[in-house]
Design a protein around this ligand. Structure first.
Ligand SMILES: [Mg+2]
Length: 376
């Protein structure tokens, strides 16, 4: 089926609360969650929806760059192509915007990729997980994200998460080691035996700090330590692996296949954090999952505060690959309103795999118009 049209809609969804990374707040309340929605229509009228929701404090894409990339560079090379030819679509996009150490504006490319997957699923009348051909699980367990300045605030955040039905917590660290340890201790105490708790430094530590942190976290019984050092510090990541029994999970460092393969060759990687948007969509995310699983690496599921389309697509993927460790898909925790006509199946602490065709999101186009964002 040929791709007949591609439309892009910048929107802004209001936030309930901000998320603070080691580099500062990921987006302010005033900014809200800014997204470019993409609607791809096939020649028979079948429609697929995708989204790009960049976080400029996490990687170098903005709402403006995502919009202009989709409209001026990606759309022209995709119109008229076979919608089922995902590999060809990615080749065409990568020819237009060259990959480097990352896939080259992956968040913008992911919007196209998600819309094509949705269109294919709807055209076949099957949910994405069936299209992936792997029903390892029918749900994933959602973690609650903790980003608080000190132990008292951390306690309040964790208690709120527990009250909402969450059991597992990812704690943002990487600013001050003593505070980070105190925040982690409070979280582990409240989560108790039944909950998983792990720290994410978002590249915030020097190697010396990361080694001290690793010793402290290890002694507390933490299983996973996410992206302790900068993504280009291969020596540091390798040294951390030998210094701790924890799994060092690489997130920012695992944007795409070529760099993950290089990290494997250098024996610097044991755990991979999969985010659908950072590797350019489901097509490359699946290859990364296959590589990681076959190489015996630990798979961790995560996202970029995804709105429902990115969230649902990730749930299909993570359930297909049988990811049992809690996943950090924190869109529902942070985003106050969305563009759905019907809510997604979430029974905290679980997100169930939607059983409607495609990714399973039913879009309310009146809401899309209501949240329209003027990019100026
Ligand atoms: Mg991370």
């Amino acid at each position: 089926m040929q791709i007949r049209s591609i439309e892009a809609f910048p929107i802004r969804l209001p936030l309930k609360q901000v998320l603070t990374l080691s580099r500062g707040v990921s987006r302010t309340i005033e900014e809200g969650k800014q997204i470019v929605l993409v609607k791809i229509t096939g020649e028979d009228g079948t429609v697929g929806w995708g989204e790009a929701g960049p976080s400029r404090r996490w990687s170098a894409e903005t709402i403006h760059s995502a919009y202009t990339t989709i409209v001026h560079y990606l759309t022209p090379v995709l119109i008229g192509r076979d919608a089922f030819d995902l590999a060809g679509a990615h080749r065409a996009m990568d020819k237009e915007l060259a990959p480097g150490l990352d896939p080259g504006q992956p968040v913008a490319k992911a919007a196209i990729d998600l819309a094509l997957h949705d269109l294919i699923g709807k055209s076949l009348g099957i949910p994405l997980q069936s299209y992936f051909g792997n029903k390892s699980a029918d749900r994933v367990r959602l973690a609650y994200l903790v980003s608080a300045p000190g132990p008292d605030e951390t306690r309040a955040v964790v208690e709120r998460g527990l009250a909402e039905g969450y059991r597992d917590f990812k704690v943002k660290v990487g600013s001050n080691l003593e505070t980070d340890i105190a925040n982690l201790e409070v979280t582990m105490e409240l989560a108790g035996e039944g909950g998983k708790v792990w720290p994410d430094a978002n590249q915030g530590y020097t190697l010396a700090e990361a080694l001290r942190a690793a010793r402290a976290f290890d002694a507390m019984g933490v299983e996973i330590f996410e992206q302790p050092v900068p993504m280009n510090d291969i020596y540091g990541m390798k040294k951390l692996l030998s210094a701790t029994s924890m799994t060092i999970a690489l997130d920012e460092a695992t944007m795409g296949l070529p760099f993950v393969i290089e990290l494997l060759r250098r024996e610097a990687i044991e755990g991979v954090v999969i985010k659908v948007n950072k590797c350019g969509g489901l097509y490359y995310a699946r290859q990364l999952c296959d590589l990681a699983k076959n190489a015996g690496m630990v798979l961790i599921g995560s996202g970029l505060m995804d709105a429902p389309i990115g969230f649902a697509a990730s749930v299909h993927l993570f359930a297909a690959y049988g990811i049992t460790f809690p996943v950090d898909l924190n869109g529902p925790q942070h985003i106050a309103e969305n563009y759905l006509a019907e809510p997604l199946p979430i029974e905290l602490p679980y997100a169930m795999v939607p059983d409607a065709p495609g990714h399973g999101c039913v879009i309310d186009e009146d809401k899309v118009a209501r949240y329209r964002l003027d990019l100026g």
